[in-house]
Design a protein around this ligand. Structure first.
Ligand SMILES: Cc1cc2nc3c(=O)[nH]c(=O)nc-3n(C[C@H](O)[C@H](O)[C@H](O)COP(=O)(O)O)c2cc1C
Length: 194
């Protein structure tokens, strides 16, 4: 199943087929697959080539570690515990080269995560990113050192049956995906308020 999308301009198949499911199947995600996702992330561009991204992850096979990650999620994201793997993305907030604040750190973690998402799509996997987790608790529970901040979590797996979801998640899963029109977000020459 692919969530419906209204489109006027064709883009790459990987972009067109990526979406964020809430229903995941029981099919496991392997360590090798996770490694391929992080390898894709590794090759993202970054300010000063600082590569400020880090990831802590667990596949479902690693029960204790998976449960530790799952426990960081807010109640509303409990569906993610059915995914085959969970990860936390982490930003290194200062530059290696002079210790000053890296204002692009979160941006670059997002770029790396974008690579990861496309790689996952290529591998037939889906990833659902989540801001709904306890970042402070993640820091403590996962041993994230000073100078690093938890950015987001991701659920990785194969798309499951939307019928397995309770309402209102089921309705959301089946609703058409929404986007703002291009005219509202890209301006030629200067900002045009609309
Ligand atoms: C940084 C970030 C945080 C998000 N947090 C959540 C979340 O806590 N729970 C959730 O269900 N979805 C979350 N999402 C998923 C978005 O809701 C989703 O990407 C958006 O609705 C667009 O849908 P699509 O990914 O299927 O295109 C998050 C996405 C991002 C990038």
């Amino acid at each position: 199943m692919s969530a419906t999308t209204e489109k006027s301009i064709a883009t790459h198949t990987l972009i067109e087929s990526r979406w964020s499911p809430r229903a995941f199947s029981n099919e496991p995600v392997s360590e090798e697959q996770m490694e391929a996702l992080f390898e894709a992330a590794r090759w993202a561009p970054s300010a000063m080539n600082e590569q400020p991204w880090r990831f802590v992850y667990a596949t479902k096979e690693d029960k204790a570690a998976f449960e530790k990650l799952g426990a960081l999620l807010v109640e509303g994201n409990s569906w993610a515990k059915h995914a085959g793997a969970l990860f936390v993305s982490i930003a290194k907030t200062s530059y290696d080269y002079d210790g000053s604040q890296n204002k692009h750190a979160w941006h670059d973690v997002g770029l790396a995560t974008g690579n990861l998402l496309l790689q996952a799509t290529e591998m037939g996997l889906h990833v659902h990113l989540m801001g709904g987790f306890d970042a402070a608790r993640a820091k403590q529970a996962l041993g994230i050192p000073e100078g690093f901040e938890a950015v987001a979590m991701g659920a990785v797996g194969y798309v499951g049956d939307p019928e397995s979801l309770p309402e209102p998640l089921k309705a959301r899963e089946q609703a058409p995906r929404q986007r703002q029109p291009l005219s509202k977000l890209a301006f030629k020459g200067e900002w045009k308020q609309r």
